[in-house]
Design a binder for this molecule. Structure first.
Ligand SMILES: [Zn+2]
Ligand SMILES: [Zn+2]
Ligand SMILES: [Zn+2]
Length: 347
């Protein structure tokens, strides 16, 4: 198939088992949509108003310790609770179904310095975050009723992040949420059908194609996936077949910290802005069954389209029909490859 051409086509996402519409001929259309504010990194290492800075009081009344590396706490306004008193009652119709949803929402501060981001932290500092994520995953996986641990970061006001302080969230649930559940099915089907891992096979195909890989280190590859929906979407995938963070070796954790730093620096440099995104790790469910099909990876979903102020919207046909993109994943990978890994705003 001609993928470099300028004609509309749809691409298959084997991990989500869904199609994506690619319309490269539309990239020249004039933009009359919303123009947002350019986001610059915060210049304040400490913000007395920030509820995540060391020593500050949180809205719930608790006071943060004077932490000097990482800091974790249970979200004061959690979306999920460990003891959900919800009673399943007989409803009038099976179409009005509901279930109790137990879970736990934690916050992990990456650094005491309010002005930093993964893009401007050192690899050693990020390695401490990787170790904290690993510990949290292991601890939560050890709790009998927790079936999934979702580690993620929302960055930037454009993605609804309420606070620029470098932090992420860890939501663990008594069920496997829809996205990892769909990826579990897809990976299991691929393993059953071929005897091989879906993402190991996919990474081989990307190495052969050599068009969408942004960069690699010894243990991780960062690429714009064949099926990317968001303009500069990136899949960060371990080169070794590993199901979850606790299975990563020390060298692999260093390599993950290195990859996170290099990728986020490229993102920031692309439009010389503090690049907004939602990122999160997908790893094996913790539902106390074996998951040989699972291959550890992270998704980065950044909304920016053509500048620091113009974002992509998922509306219209995308809400009603299917996701659609304009610039090709190959074009996006080429632009990210051209970006420096030295941050435009040094510490
Ligand atoms: Zn802060
Ligand atoms: Zn694999
Ligand atoms: Zn995934």
């Amino acid at each position: 198939m001609e993928t470099k051409g300028q004609s509309p086509h749809r691409r298959w996402n084997p991990l989500r088992q869904a199609w994506v519409l690619v319309s490269p001929q539309r990239t020249q259309r004039p933009w009359q949509g919303e123009v947002a504010q350019k986001a610059t990194p915060s210049a304040m290492p400490y913000d007395p108003e920030c509820y995540l800075c060391p020593g500050n009081k949180r809205a719930g009344g608790a006071v943060n310790p004077p932490y000097d590396s990482i800091f974790t706490f249970v979200n004061d306004y959690a979306a999920l609770l460990p003891d959900a008193p919800f009673q399943t009652s007989h409803s009038a119709s099976p179409l009005l179904a509901a279930e109790p949803a137990r879970g736990m929402c934690k916050v992990l501060c990456f650094h005491p310095d309010h002005s930093l981001t993964l893009a401007r932290m050192t690899r050693l500092e990020i390695r401490r975050v990787v170790d904290a994520w690993t510990r949290e995953y292991e601890e939560l996986a050890g709790i009998g009723w927790i079936e999934y641990v979702q580690i993620f970061e929302n960055r930037g006001a454009m993605m609804g992040a309420s606070n620029p302080h470098p932090h992420g969230q860890i939501w663990s649930t008594g069920f496997v949420p829809d996205e990892p559940a769909a990826e579990t099915r897809a990976q299991r089907e691929h393993l059953d059908r071929t005897g091989r891992c879906l993402l190991c096979d996919y990474l081989d195909a990307e190495h052969t194609a050599a068009e969408r890989i942004v960069f690699e280190n010894d243990h991780f590859a960062a690429l714009v996936p064949w099926w990317a929906v968001w303009p500069f979407e990136v899949l960060l995938v371990s080169r070794r077949h590993v199901g979850a963070m606790p299975a990563l070796s020390g060298d692999e954790r260093d390599a993950l910290a290195d990859a996170l730093n290099r990728l986020t620096a490229r993102f920031d440099n692309l439009f010389e802005t503090s690049f907004p995104y939602t990122m999160g790790f997908h790893q094996a469910p913790t539902d106390k069954t074996q998951h040989p099909e699972w291959h550890f990876h992270a998704h980065f979903y950044p909304p920016l389209l053509r500048s620091a102020t113009v974002r992509k919207f998922m509306v219209g046909f995308e809400m009603l029909g299917m996701p659609q993109r304009d610039i090709t994943p190959e074009g996006a990978a080429e632009r990210l490859r051209a970006c420096s890994e030295t941050h435009f705003w040094p510490r």
